[in-house]
Write a protein of this length. Structure first.
Lengths: 112, 120
């Protein structure tokens, strides 16, 4: 299975500040079709996960441009600029290039 | 508007079979490219992918559950199902269904989740 190593586990931030979350995979996430199936989700307290970024850098419908994704191969980053209260929660990366799909262990974005 | 809602037994005993239903609207599992996946999350822990089913009845399972899973669908009633046989306390979790929609391999809309407790 592809192991997704997500860091940090906890990320204290100030409102209006910037946050950066890393996700590294144990093997390349480039699919044979040339696409890279690495996605980012936010799970707010008491809610189900919601899609933020799909295929590395594409914002899902309605996601503000404060969220951006980058990376390639095995190394990926989610950046959140101008953090707002509604951004707090648990962030997960997911790879769906290889079966079984695997998630990172999560990063808790919390107030400093 | 895409919505999904999971339903299940709430509580069951070890060795029983867990049957979950995902009832959805706003899309059809007979449409090319559409799919539904199941993901679970033990309380306070991370997410684990379980299984996917696609419009053409193609199915994929997480091998870590060792043939205990069966995913199926009822296209006419807009439902997907997951069965897990021989449950034990480690299967206690919130179970989510999610749509695989316009983008292959991507869960774009999720249900609210259903909590399942396995206890004797």
């Amino acid at each position: 299975d592809v192991v997704m190593t997500q860091t940090p586990v906890s990320l204290p931030v100030s409102l209006g500040g910037q946050a950066s979350i890393s996700c590294r995979s144990s093997q390349s996430l480039v699919h044979s079709n040339g696409n890279t199936y690495l996605h980012w989700y936010l799970q707010k307290p008491g809610q189900s996960p919601q899609l933020l970024i799909y295929r590395v850098s594409n914002r899902f419908s309605g996601v503000p441009d404060r969220f951006s994704g980058s990376g390639s191969g095995t190394d990926f980053t989610l950046k959140i600029s101008r953090v707002e209260p509604e951004d707090l929660g648990d962030y997960y990366c997911l790879q769906s290039t290889h079966f079984p799909y695997t998630f990172g262990a999560g990063t808790k974005l919390e107030l400093k | 508007q895409v919505t999904l809602k999971e339903s299940g037994p709430g509580i069951l005993q070890p060795s029983q079979t867990l049957s979950l239903t995902c009832t959805f609207s706003g899309f059809s599992l007979s449409t090319y490219g559409m799919g539904v996946g199941w993901i679970r999350q033990p309380s306070g822990k991370g997410l684990e992918w379980l299984a996917n089913i696609w419009w053409d009845d193609d199915k994929y399972y997480n091998p870590s559950l060792k043939n205990r899973l069966t995913i199926s669908k009822d296209t006419s009633n807009n439902q997907a199902f997951l069965k897990i046989t021989n449950v034990d306390t480690a299967d206690t979790a919130t179970y989510y269904c999610a749509r695989i929609g316009a983008y292959p391999g991507i869960f774009d809309y999720w249900g609210q989740g259903v909590m399942v407790t396995v206890s004797s």
